[in-house]
Design a protein around this ligand. Structure first.
Ligand SMILES: Cc1cc2nc3c(=O)[nH]c(=O)nc-3n(C[C@H](O)[C@H](O)[C@H](O)COP(=O)(O)O)c2cc1C
Length: 304
């Protein structure tokens, strides 16, 4: 048997395959399709202090190999998460990670304070990278000082491993990763979506109500992989990789590039079984390579 367990700054996962925030709801939506306990973990939808409606429709546009979205952090707020979702999530035999968003450092800190002591939660993922909101969001993720300031503002309230989710919409992602590491992040995850635009040539208008949106899916994978590789070399804290992963081989590439775990996002929309297929495929790959532990391939990229 291959040992798929990974430990990310104290976050213990039975395998390195998680579902990405915003693409898996609160887990329950997918419970009819697969056994959630087989997942390494679930990252729930971005949670804010107050409920948010998100952006007006249309807020999804398909591109040839990716999805452009401007959902804009629609969610029912942290109190609703605690009352309605955490009791059920607590009963699941998988790690539950809450993705936290806000407009100001105080907002983020207030959400994290409310989540303190919640046994259902294994870790917090701090979203400093949402491209679809007017204030906060990506603004924190594109400037090293702002990113570090936010991490410092929330870290003392956080009683779980703090994973900081980075934006790819920067020229030097390694400098942002180093800044959040110095400020106390326990791990980083990347990438969030890449800013994009789609135009309807008949109406000659943007396809999204917000004009621009965030691109995800296979189109972004090479960019994500390059950034994971760069960040893994730049920091000592663990890296969680995502962006266009839809097969076990994609996941293996991210692990080889230095990610200790991966998240699957857009691929869940076309096949909700993707994470389980990736777990099976990784197991067979490791067996074929004669390896006993998945940790043996992390950062194992050769010839560089
Ligand atoms: C519809 C949609 C909603 C998303 N919502 C969130 C969110 O609330 N918080 C967040 O950090 N990332 C969010 N993301 C970004 C994903 O978690 C992930 O970082 C990104 O889609 C890249 O991975 P993928 O190519 O596998 O989808 C969202 C992505 C999509 C497609």
């Amino acid at each position: 048997m291959v040992d798929l367990r990974v430990n990310i700054a104290g976050l213990k996962l039975k395998n390195p395959v998680l579902t990405a925030s915003g693409t898996y709801g609160h887990g329950g939506e997918f419970a009819d399709f697969l056994d959630l306990a087989k997942l390494g973990g679930i990252v729930v939808k971005g949670t804010t202090l107050e409920p948010r409606q998100g952006n007006p429709a249309p807020r999804l546009a398909e591109t040839p190999s990716g999805l452009l979205n401007s959902v804009g952090l629609q969610n029912n707020g942290v109190d609703h998460l605690i009352a309605e979702h955490l009791p059920r999530l607590a009963g699941l035999d998988t790690a539950v990670i809450v993705n936290v968003s806000g407009s100001t450092p105080e907002d983020y800190a207030a959400v994290i304070q409310k989540l303190r002591g919640q046994k259902a939660i294994a870790a917090i993922e701090l979203n400093i990278s949402c491209p679809n909101v007017k204030s906060g969001g990506m603004a924190f993720g594109i400037d090293p000082a702002a990113a570090a300031g936010l991490v410092r503002a929330v870290k003392r309230f956080c009683d779980k491993p703090l994973i900081v989710k980075l934006s790819p919409n920067v020229t030097d992602i390694a400098s942002i990763a180093r800044a959040v590491e110095e400020a106390g992040a326990d791990a980083v995850s990347l990438i969030n979506t890449l800013l994009g635009l789609a135009i309807d040539v008949e109406t000659q208008k943007p396809k999204l109500s917000t004009i621009t949106g965030g691109l995800s899916g296979p189109a972004v994978k090479p960019v994500a992989l390059r950034m994971v590789w760069q960040v893994a070399r730049a920091v000592k804290i663990p890296v969680i990789g995502m962006g266009g992963i839809s097969s076990w081989a994609d996941a293996a590439e991210f692990l080889l590039a230095g990610a200790s775990a991966v998240q699957v996002g857009t691929a869940n929309f076309s096949d909700p079984l993707t994470p389980l297929k990736i777990i099976d495929g990784l197991t067979r790959y490791l067996q074929r390579k004669g390896l006993k532990k998945v940790t043996e391939i992390i950062g194992g990229l050769r010839g560089v």
